[in-house]
Write a protein that binds this ligand. Structure first.
Ligand code: ADP
Ligand code: MG
Length: 374
C-alpha cells in the first residue's frame, strides 16, 4: 500500500463517548462501581436512576470536572483520561454542559451569552450561529434581553443554546429541566429534543424521571447504587425488564407471590407462565396496571365470590380501577387496573379480568429486591 492512503473512514463514526470500567469513591465510599457506558454519534442516551445512585458523578467524570480514579474515558476514540496519567481539563474536551440551574453571564445579553464560546468564528458567523440556535429554542425575541429579565425556563433555553453553539463533540446535561414546572418542562423538553436531533448532537442526559428518559432517549442506561442495571431502548427496558427494580422504576405495578408448578404460577387472575424457572420456586409476579383488561359481567351486584370493582377513579387520560380479583382456587387480591379514557364502573360491579401477558413479569423471589418509586 502507498503512503497516500487516507485515514480509515470509521474515525468519522467513532463512538462519541466511551466509559469503561469507571469506578469512583468519595472519602473511601465507592459511589460509581465499574460502569461501562457509550454514546454513539447523534445518539441521545439518558442516564436514569434514583437520587444518589451516582449519575451526576459519572457525568462529571465524563466532563472532566472530577478526576478519573479507575477505568478509562474516551471522546471520539481519543483517550482523555487515564488514572494517574492523563486528565484533559474540561475546557479542552469540547463538551457542552448544562445543569439544573445553569448560570448565565449576568452582564451579557442573551445573544452575547450564546456567542461567547465562539471566539474562533468571525463576528458575523458568531451572531448567525447564536441567532439560529436561539430561534430553534424559541428565544428569537429575546436576543438583546439580559438574563435577570428572563424566567427560569427561558434561562434554561439560553443555557442549552450556549452549550450547543460551539458544536461540541458531546452534550452533557444534568437534570436540565427539573427546576421547571410541569407544563413549561414539557415544552422545553420537546424543543430540546428536536434541536439535539436536528444538529445531531451526541448527548448524555441525566434524569431521575423515567418518563423524561423515555421521552428523550434513544437508549436508557438505568442505574442503581453505582451500577448500571440495564441498558437498552426505552421499549427494551419497559417491555423486557431484567429484574424487579427495572419494572418498578417505570411505574406502579401489582405485585403477587406464588409458587411455580409445571412451568406456571397460579394467581387470582389466572395462570401465568414462568419460563425457565424451576418448579417449586417461590416467585414474584409483577402485573402492570395496563395489563388488566376488565369486562363487566351481567351478574347480580356483589355476586358471591366473583371478581368485582372496589372503586373507580378518573385520572384524566385514564381511569384507575381498584379491583378485588377472585381466583378459581379461592385466592383473592386487591389490584389496580389502568384503562384508557373514561371507564368508571360502579362499586360492586362483577367483572371478568383478562391478562395481557406481555405486561406481566415473573422473577424468582430472591432476585434483586424491588425498590419503592422515587
Ligand atoms: N463531592 C462529593 N463529596 C462526597 N460525596 C459526594 C460528592 N458528590 C456526590 N457524593 C455522594 O455520592 C453519591 C452519588 O451522588 P451523585 O452522583 O450526585 O448522585 P445522583 O446524581 O444520582 O443523585 C451520593 O451518595 C452523594 O452523597
Ligand atoms: Mg444528580
Amino acid at each position: 500500500m502507498t503512503a497516500t492512503m487516507k485515514a480509515p473512514l470509521q474515525a468519522v463514526n467513532e463512538t462519541a463517548l466511551a466509559m469503561h470500567r469507571v469506578q469512583h469513591a468519595f472519602d473511601g465510599h465507592t459511589v460509581v462501581k465499574g460502569v461501562d457506558l457509550t454514546v454513539a454519534p447523534g445518539e441521545v442516551v439518558c442516564l436514569l436512576g434514583p437520587s444518589g445512585c451516582g449519575k451526576t458523578t459519572l457525568l462529571r467524570i465524563a466532563a472532566g470536572l472530577e478526576t478519573l480514579q479507575e477505568g478509562s474515558v474516551s471522546l471520539q476514540g481519543e483517550q482523555i483520561a487515564a488514572p494517574g496519567l492523563r486528565h484533559v481539563p474540561p475546557e479542552k474536551r469540547n463538551v457542552g454542559l448544562a445543569f439544573q440551574d445553569s448560570a448565565l453571564f449576568p452582564h451579557l445579553s442573551v445573544l452575547e451569552n450564546v456567542a461567547f464560546g465562539l471566539k474562533h468564528l468571525s463576528v458575523k458567523e458568531r451572531r448567525e450561529r447564536a441567532e439560529e440556535l436561539l430561534s430553534q429554542l424559541g428565544m428569537a425575541n429575546y436576543m438583546t434581553t439580559y438574563p435577570h429579565m428572563l424566567s427560569g425556563g427561558q434561562q434554561q433555553r439560553v443555557a442549552l443554546a450556549r452549550a450547543l453553539a460551539p458544536e461540541p463533540r458531546l452534550m452533557l446535561l444534568d437534570e436540565p429541566f427539573s427546576s421547571l414546572d410541569a407544563r413549561l418542562r414539557d415544552r422545553i423538553r420537546d424543543d430540546t429534543l428536536h434541536v439535539l436531533k436536528k444538529v445531531g448532537a451526541a448527548t448524555l442526559l441525566v434524569t431521575h424521571d423515567p418518563e423524561e428518559a423515555m421521552f428523550m432517549a434513544d437508549r436508557i442506561a438505568l442505574m442503581r447504587d453505582g451500577r448500571i442495571v440495564q441498558t437498552g431502548t426505552p421499549r427494551e427496558l419497559y417491555c423486557s425488564p431484567k429484574d424487579p427494580f427495572v419494572v418498578t422504576f417505570f411505574g406502579e405495578v401489582n405485585e403477587l407471590e406464588g409458587v411455580v408448578e409445571e412451568g406456571h404460577v397460579a394467581t387470582p387472575v389466572g395462570w401465568v407462565p414462568a419460563e425457565n424457572i424451576a418448579d417449586g420456586t417461590t416467585v414474584q409476579v409483577m402485573i402492570r396496571p395496563e395489563a388488566l383488561r376488565i369486562i363487566e359481567r351481567d351478574l347480580p351486584v356483589h355476586a358471591h365470590a366473583h371478581s368485582h370493582i372496589v372503586m373507580a377513579k378518573l385520572l384524566g387520560r385514564s381511569s384507575l380501577l381498584h379491583l378485588c380479583a377472585h381466583g378459581e382456587n379461592g385466592q383473592e387480591a386487591h389490584l389496580h387496573a389502568r384503562v384508557p379514557g373514561v371507564f368508571l364502573p360502579s362499586e360492586g360491579q362483577p367483572i371478568d379480568i383478562h391478562l395481557d401477558l406481555s405486561q406481566v413479569f415473573v422473577f424468582p423471589q430472591d432476585s434483586q429486591d424491588s425498590m419503592p418509586q422515587v
